[in-house]
Design a protein around this ligand. Structure first.
Ligand code: ADP
Ligand code: MG
Length: 255
């Protein structure tokens, strides 16, 4: 659902929560058609960085620029409207809606006020809904959700719900996508499917940030790696280089 384009540049981002420095002068670049893994121990600031980029937190210092536009401190729906879209570590789906209905909510993310109207079947929203449905079918095919389209979300296995979270993000027509541990709790087969979806997103030219710590999953998938430790970037480069980096081994791989 997206054409490529748009470098996302994080420059010198610091995020303080009271006395805690969750991010300390973090810089990274996401490029179209590239998959950047963000890894690091628990509590190292990975989700906080996604929260800053996606507009949930306003950073204490630093800039987020997407496709030449400063998006620092914009509200989350404005960042999504700029086509920088994130998923949540814990899927945020409506449990008593079907898969298709949840994806419809994603499609309406850019016009958030029509989402409820569409689900209630209000006339003004019907035309929008028709336009979105074709895209939804395509995204469901891509994410392997077609067979469960009419199932109620709460009745589905965790891995399927995680995939629906990714599908919902895709329906917001992202150019940059931030995936917060999308593989957590997935079976081997589900992980393979997810890897294929992420490759498809790369082929569509999306700039991708992938938070993940299964090295087997990352090995054949990612172009660049950024390692955080206590809110600081301690490594930036490729996976092979990361594996033999002393600081990374001490902070992360050794544990
Ligand atoms: P990760 O995703 O790498 O496991 P997080 O980004 O969730 O780590 O957290 C980084 C640090 O920031 C942790 O110490 C966490 O407790 C803290 N933190 C995150 N969000 C908040 C918040 N809203 N208020 C206070 N502290 C927070
Ligand atoms: Mg996290």
């Amino acid at each position: 659902p997206a054409e490529g384009g748009g470098v996302l540049e994080v420059t010198g981002v610091t995020m303080r929560f009271g006395g805690l420095v969750a991010l300390n002068d973090v810089s990274l670049t996401l490029a179209p058609g590239r998959i950047t893994a963000l890894i690091g121990p628990n509590g190292s600031g990975k989700s906080t960085l996604v929260n800053v980029i996606s507009g949930l937190y306003r950073p204490s210092a630093g800039r987020v620029v997407f496709a030449g536009h400063d998006i620092t401190g914009l509200a989350d729906h404005q960042v999504a409207a700029a086509r920088v879209v994130r998923t949540f570590q814990d899927p945020r789906l409506v449990p008593h809606f079907t898969v298709r209905e949840n994806l419809l909510l994603g499609a309406h993310r850019l016009q958030r006020h029509s989402a409820l109207a569409a689900l209630l079947g209000l006339p003004a929203a019907i035309e929008d809904e028709a336009r979105h449905l074709a895209t939804i079918e395509a995204v469901m095919a891509l994410t392997n959700l077609t067979e469960v389209a009419d199932r109620v979300m709460a009745t589905l296995p965790y891995g399927t719900r995680r995939m629906a979270e990714v599908g919902r993000a895709l329906l917001a027509h992202p150019l940059a996508v931030l995936l917060d541990e999308p593989a957590a709790g997935l079976s081997e087969a589900e992980m393979e499917r997810l890897a294929q979806v992420i490759r498809d997103m790369k082929a569509m030219g999306l700039a991708i940030l992938l938070i993940e710590h299964h090295m087997d999953f990352l090995d054949d998938l990612v172009d660049d790696v950024v390692v955080l430790d206590s809110g600081r970037v301690i490594y930036r480069g490729d996976i092979a280089g990361m594996r033999c980096d002393r600081e990374v081994i001490a902070a992360y791989l050794g544990t």
